[in-house]
Each structure stands twice: as structure tokens, then as C-alpha cells.
Design a protein around this ligand. Sequence first.
Ligand code: ADP
Ligand code: MG
Length: 389
Amino acid sequence: MESPSGPEQGSLLAAARGAYRTFFGGLDPQIAVSAPGRVNLIGEHTDYNQGFVLPMALQMGTMVVGSPREDGIISIVTTAQGADEPKKVTFPGPMEGATLEPGEPRWANYVKGVIQHYQAGPLPGFNAVIASNVPLGGGLSSSASLEVATYTFLQQLCPDNGDPVTKALVCQKAEHTFAMMPCGIMDQFISVMGKEGHALLIDCRSLETFLVPLDDPDVVVLITNSNVRHTLTGSEYPTRRRQCEEAAKVLGKESLREATMADLEASKALLSELVYRRARHVIGEIERTSRASEALQSKDYKRFGQLMVESHNSLRDDYDVSCPELDELVSFALEIPGVYGSRMTGGGFGGCTVTLLESGVAEKVQKHIKVCDIDTEQCLSQWGGQSSG
Ligand code: ADP
Ligand code: MG
């Protein structure tokens, strides 16, 4: 049995194995794999515009445990409270000649999509249990960690060529075609390629990745969960994507990655005020992310923090994807000296904020945010302490 390591992984593994025994006749699973969630430090809504993103993998992740079965049938259970019912699904797999389709429950589509698009075969049937400690829908990418953990599980059953880019792209395709979410490539890339003690600069145009060390004991990344999820997200994300495509078209560019602020200003009269603001966020954010990556390389945390705040303001004012709870969490964090910067992270409309701070003030910031009476759930992540799956 391949055993994922780390303290958090240990309890997740125990929970997954326990559930497996309960659901599958008291047997122990033969395979256990995991993939991490992520926090995006900067570069929001830039991935589907071919820009830069700078996420890092978290210790929180999704685990899949299971065993092959000979009849070609696939049976999967999720232990996640937040997933829709039923929590167990059983269906004929590819070995039975079945073509999988998206359907109900919705959570299973993330798994089915990966199975359907997996390129090696024939895949045997299997029993599996999914256990995760990434909050579902909290902007820390529970969905990609589920897809990538599923893919890693399939690799154990039926090895493919092991190419990490293919792996990330297949997982993204699963999210597009089965979860109907037209996401960019960031979440799947970082979940596959994240490395302990590093952030990952991803060039979403060339698909090149650059590890940026994040191993300074004097600095902490604090993730704060607003615990709110505004339901408009479903339609808002594709709408933003369309607005960006429209802006690029008017500017005569393949994507907003190719456009400069000067290009945007020159075409301002041809764009609606709304589309102009959307494009201004994206073009500015791509530039900020590349500068932030340089600041991080040179350990210029002050500069990095300023760029985070600029990013938040742009997401709030130009991209309209923040919400009062996220804005408040950011303002509270910025009230404490020693905080370099703070911003919403993930798609928006709720979810989490990410804050960069001196490690000496970490406790103070956590207490301050709690005192400010927001129902929060904090996760403190010391740089250098993250693990990949
Ligand atoms: P995020 O990726 O930011 O957490 P998404 O809306 O993209 O938010 O994905 C959340 C969805 O992914 C959940 O509603 C559920 O359908 C699915 N999901 C994620 N993790 C699990 C899990 N452990 N078990 C079942 N479904 C999961
Ligand atoms: Mg997601």
C-alpha cells in the first residue's frame, strides 16, 4: 500500500480506511493516494486569459483509497458532508464498454469525468472511498484535488505514461465536460506539480512552470475562511470568461495576455464600461503577478504585500467578484502592523482570504480577526510547511 505521509494525511487516511471497511465488507483498501488543495497567492481570474498565476499547494488535500474489482463495476463513496446525496454511487466502468455521462449526484461528476477521459486502459472496476479536508466550495480547490487524486488512483490501477501536463489537462477537461465548469488550468496544475516549500508560477499561455522558494521561517501565509458562499457563482464565472473574450476580440488580440494597458486605453471607446473594467483587472493582474513573483524571489515581502492589496482592490472594484465578508476580512488583517498584504483568493463571492505576514504577529492577527466577530475558521500555514500530494 502506498502510504501518503504527514500528520494531517495520517488522520485523513485513517478516516478513509475506516469508511472503506464500513462500506466494502470489512476489507482494507489496497491503494491510498492523495492530492493537495491550493491557495492562490496572486493572479486571480488570469489563468483562462493565458496569464500568470502564483498558487501554492496546501497540506489539506483529498485522499482516495480503494481496491480493484474483477467485474468491471465501479463503486465510489464520499465521506464529505457538503457533497450532495447519495454519497455512494455504483455504475459499470469502461471495462464493461460503458461511456460515462454527467448526472446526479453532482459530486460524482468530478470522478466520472476523470475516468471517462483517462487515456490508458482498459481500466478495471474498483471500489473507492474519498475523504477530504479541503473545505468544499471554499476557494481552496477541493474540486481539482478530487480530480487529481482520482487520476493518481487510476494510475495505480492502470499506469499511463506519467506525464504531469497531460494529467492536469485531463483533470481540467473532466471539470469542463462533466462538472460543466469552464475553469482555467491553475488548480489542476498546482495540485499535480506543487512542491513543498515552494509557490508555483504558472505561465498559462506556454504551460511552463517555475518553482519559487517559499521557505522563510520569518514569514507566514494565513488563510481565513469567510464561511460564506454566495450562490451566484455558478453563472458569474462563465459570464466573466465571456466578457474577457469579448474584450480580447475588440482589442484584436488572441487573449488578454497579449494586451497592454495602452492597448486597452486606446480601445476604451469601443468597449462597454463593464467590459472595460473586466479587462483592466485582468491586464493589471497579469502584470502584478509577474512582479509579485520577482518580489518573492528577492524576499521583498513588503512589495509582495502591496501587490496583494492592489489585486484585492481590483477584484473588488473592477472584476466585481468580492463580497462584504471578504472585504472585511482583508481590512481587519491590514489593521495589524507586521501584515504585508491580504486579498481574497479563489474565484470569489465568498470563500477564503490569504494574508502574508511576519510570523511574529500571526497569533495577534488570528485573534484580531476573531475579535472582529466574524465566524471564521483559520488555517495557519508556515512557509516551508506545505506538502504536495
Ligand atoms: P472549490 O474547488 O473551490 O472547493 P468548487 O465549486 O470548484 O469549489 O468544487 C466544489 C465541488 O467539488 C463540491 O460541491 C463537490 O461537488 C465536489 N467535491 C470536492 N471535494 C469533494 C469530496 N471530497 N467529495 C465529493 N465531492 C467533492
Ligand atoms: Mg474548484
